[in-house]
Design a protein around this ligand. Structure first.
Ligand SMILES: Cc1cc2nc3c(=O)[nH]c(=O)nc-3n(C[C@H](O)[C@H](O)[C@H](O)COP(=O)(O)OP(=O)(O)OC[C@H]3O[C@@H](n4cnc5c(N)ncnc54)[C@H](O)[C@@H]3O)c2cc1C
Length: 377
């Protein structure tokens, strides 16, 4: 069996690695550099709190792989299971936290509930006005600049072909399966995996599978370094204070996001720009989470082009119109945590025909209308 993976973000690079590990002949085609799309822009949150519940088995599978990543990929991708704290500032936040914690337990996620006193004793300096918090000790963060290249390099070492910086001119069905015409020649394979991120719907549409997706850019920033005092990743329940979140990297800088509307991004350029006018409001929203931010300089802001599907869920699974075509795209701002699991699940599905992790809710047919065609012949 052979597979072409189209799009070398975290999803494509991880899928390529796990396919190669299963003995599949696999070629990854990326039009820029591996990992240079939404993946490199990510905040790096490896969080399960607040997720769509039926996604938790996939998130669990992924978390296990994050824990093995350094050994598996022979590189420290800076996964740190520092825990994830989510602060509660309001009654609505308390209710949201408790109902999620109760509902998530049967799905295998146990959240600790902290009183305000426990929160302030365990995590001094965080949320002085918070009335409670949840703590998920196994979650944490990883380095968004390292993970996709690490998967691609590991895949190359076990036989995968990684092609970067090529223009994809056409994608065709053939008697054998699929042909992808690029600026460095034609590549053919029996199967095609679409991991083109925010651009994935452009590829699925060529096969008669329209997906309502918009491209948006969440705004991120990083401060000058401070003494390293904050271990866990920190967020809030009920979108209080604009839903801000932050973490402190080991070098001391505080990376932050949330608290500002996402900007519109054109898929033609894919260029997501941070908006300086939104930064003061974003920092104001973060102050209740970490008052120490009041006296700190922001040294860089950035954004990235991410695809958001109309129902907030990704597209994963086999195509409903083209045998041999598979999709894993549109991760709606929460794909970094899922990446290793998505790669493993897609490799399992493609090479064995099934996957033990439920992904039914993410099937592409949920968007289909009866009158849609069958795509290119
Ligand atoms: C600013 C920001 C912060 C985020 N923070 C978090 C977070 O903290 N936690 C979390 O879980 N998630 C987070 N996310 C979401 C997460 O980063 C994404 O869901 C994930 O990286 C998506 O990976 P991907 O491989 O699907 O997409 P991408 O990384 O965008 O990769 C898709 C690749 O496909 C390539 N491509 C597209 N079309 C073609 C084509 N025709 N031919 C060849 N190549 C093509 C692109 O060049 C790109 O490299 C964040 C996203 C952003 C933008």
């Amino acid at each position: 069996m052979d597979v072409i993976v189209l799009g070398g973000g975290l999803m494509g690079a991880a899928s390529t690695y796990f396919l190669a590990r299963r003995g599949v002949r696999v070629t990854l085609i990326e039009r820029n550099r591996v990992g240079s799309g939404a993946t490199v822009a990510s905040f790096g949150n490896i969080r399960r709190s607040g997720r769509y519940l039926p996604q938790l088995p996939l998130a669990r599978r992924s978390l296990t792989l994050w824990g093995k990543a350094a050994e598996m990929l022979d590189r420290d991708v800076e996964f740190r299971a520092t825990g994830h704290v989510r602060l509660v500032f309001s009654q609505a936040g308390l209710e949201e936290m408790r109902s999620f914690a109760t509902a998530a337990r049967p799905w295998g996620l146990s959240l600790e509930e902290l009183t305000a006193t426990e929160l302030h004793a365990r995590f001094p300096g965080l949320g002085p006005e918070a009335i409670a918090a949840s703590f998920s000790p196994e979650d944490g963060s990883g380095n968004p600049r390292l993970i996709a290249p690490a998967f691609a390099d590991a895949a190359r070492r076990i036989g995968a072909e990684i092609i970067e910086n090529v223009e994809v001119k056409a994608i065709r069905r053939s008697a054998y399966g699929f042909e992808v015409e690029t600026s460095n020649g034609i590549h053919a394979a029996a199967c095609l995996l679409n991991t083109a991120g925010a651009w994935g719907a452009r590829i699925s549409a060529q096969f008669g599978e329209a997906v309502p997706i918009v491209a948006k850019g969440p705004q991120m920033g990083v401060t000058e370094p401070l003494p390293h005092r904050i271990l866990p990743v920190v967020g809030v329940w009920a979108h209080d204070h604009g839903g801000g979140y932050l973490r402190q990297v080991e070098r001391g800088n505080i990376v932050f996001g949330g608290g500002a509307e996402r900007t519109d991004v054109s898929l033609d350029t894919g260029h997501a720009k941070p908006d300086p006018a939104r930064l003061p409001g974003q920092l104001r929203a973060l102050l209740p989470i970490l008052p120490a931010l009041a006296n700190v300089s922001v040294i860089r802001t950035w954004s990235g082009c991410e695809g958001y599907a109309a129902d907030g869920l990704p597209v994963m699974g086999r195509s409903a119109t083209a045998p041999g075509l598979f999709h894993a795209f549109g991760f709606c701002g929460h794909g970094f945590q899922l990446g290793p699991g998505v790669g493993d699940v897609m490799a399992e599905l493609i090479s064995t025909g099934a996957t033990e992790t439920p992904i039914h809710d993410f099937r592409i047919e949920r968007f289909h209308r009866r009158d849609e065609g069958q795509g290119p012949g």
